[in-house]
Ligand binder design. Structure first.
Ligand SMILES: Nc1ncnc2c1ncn2[C@@H]1O[C@H](COP(=O)(O)OP(=O)(O)O)[C@@H](O)[C@H]1O
Ligand SMILES: O=C(O)C[C@@H](O)[C@H](O)C(=O)COP(=O)(O)O
Length: 334
């Protein structure tokens, strides 16, 4: 059991609000992008990846977002539909905005970076009025993702979703998903991230992301416990700080803390770890598993995804995660 109580009588398990984009992952890996000539196209965008991950694990999912009225936008919607993800609240832009692109550079399994093309990106044009109350009201769990806070009108759409979720009793998770290039200044970023986090039950981020949020604070030791404690004065029940290959730590409002190690993986690239971790972890919480078991599930999903070429397409099924954990534990029993 964990301390999060999900509401009964909802039509959807999980709804995410935020960006739907395209990842173009280098085919010629282990070299700089200057030397890469071919890329494979995948659906991308952190909240899209998390939804796909949770759909693969068998949950009923809906998405609130905006896509460009172009071939890329249609590719994304068709992909979501094939995965069984509800697209009723995926709005098509009519202003000529474009689909955000993320070109990924895989110089080595540990040296990866992303080159983003996000000028006039359709996802940031979602308005508050386009968020349908009945879609958010139908969800047990709403996920917001920090990048959608970067600009108006998408920023207001996130706050509108938070209000609908609160009104209808959904649990709210916040994946910090901080992408500096989308923001105008660090001060603005910290202010909006903090305002949103106050309204969330579960906050998940990396140490570096929490450091960004703490730019006005005195947590000079970058102490995870201090980071988490602040949010328990607001609405948070669980705060997770991720540390890459070094694993993750969760703090709960009841005073408990839980550490998860990362699994051994044949790492192809590092991105996608956070999204698959979030999908596995939130899935576990929704099964009412203890926090530690949910973290283990997220870590296993992440190890599978970092061992693959894509983020979205590589999201594992429940059978794959279960098998991976079984094999890993057999290979190195505690
Ligand atoms: N190199 C790796 N090998 C195995 N698992 C990893 C690796 N890097 C990350 N992970 C797993 O993914 C989780 C999230 O990764 P992290 O890098 O902290 O997030 P993000 O991708 O959001 O920066 C970690 O807690 C760990 O379980
Ligand atoms: O979020 C994006 O726009 C890009 C993602 O699709 C991408 O592949 C990625 O960076 C995943 O992020 P992570 O899971 O936080 O590593």
């Amino acid at each position: 059991m964990n301390s999060i109580r999900f509401p009964e009588g909802k039509t959807l398990d999980f709804v995410a609000v935020g960006r739907l984009c395209i990842d173009l992952n280098a085919n010629e890996i282990n070299r700089p992008m200057e030397d890469t000539v071919t890329f494979t196209k995948y659906v991308g965008g952190s909240p899209a990846n998390i939804c796909i991950g949770m759909a693969r694990l068998g949950l009923k999912i809906g998405f609130v977002g905006k896509v460009a009225d172009d071939q890329m936008g249609r590719f994304i919607v068709r992909y979501l539909e094939r995965e069984g993800i509800g697209t009723d609240n995926v709005v098509t832009d009519r202003t000529g905005a474009v689909t955000g692109l993320a070109f990924t550079e895989i110089k080595s399994p540990t040296d990866c970076s992303i080159l983003m093309y996000r000028d006039n990106a359709a996802d940031l044009l979602l308005t508050a009025a386009e968020v349908r109350e009945e879609v958010v009201a139908g969800a047990k769990l709403l996920l917001i993702s920090g990048t959608a806070l970067a600009k108006s009108p998408s920023r207001e759409a996130v706050f509108q979703s938070l209000e609908y979720a609160r009104r209808h009793g959904a649990v709210i998770a916040f994946d910090l998903d901080y992408r500096p290039y989308t923001w105008a200044s660090e001060e603005e970023t910290a202010a909006y991230y903090n305002l949103a986090a106050e309204k969330c039950d579960i906050v998940i981020g990396t140490r570096e992301e929490f450091d960004m949020m703490e730019r006005f604070e005195a947590n000079t030791g970058h102490d995870d416990r201090v980071t988490a404690a602040k949010w328990f004065d607001y609405r948070a029940q669980i705060v997770i700080i991720k540390h890459g290959k070094d694993g993750s730590i969760a703090y709960a409002k009841d005073g408990s803390s839980h550490r998860a190690k990362s699994f051994k993986a044949n790492v192809v690239k590092t991105f996608g770890a956070g999204d698959s971790y979030a999908a596995g972890f939130l899935y576990g919480l929704m099964q009412q598993w203890p926090i530690a078991r949910s973290m283990e599930y997220g870590s296993a999903a992440a190890a599978i995804v970092v061992s693959s070429h894509s983020c979205s397409d590589a999201m594992p099924t429940k059978e794959q995660v279960d098998e991976f954990i079984r094999m890993s534990n057999a290979a190195s029993p505690n």
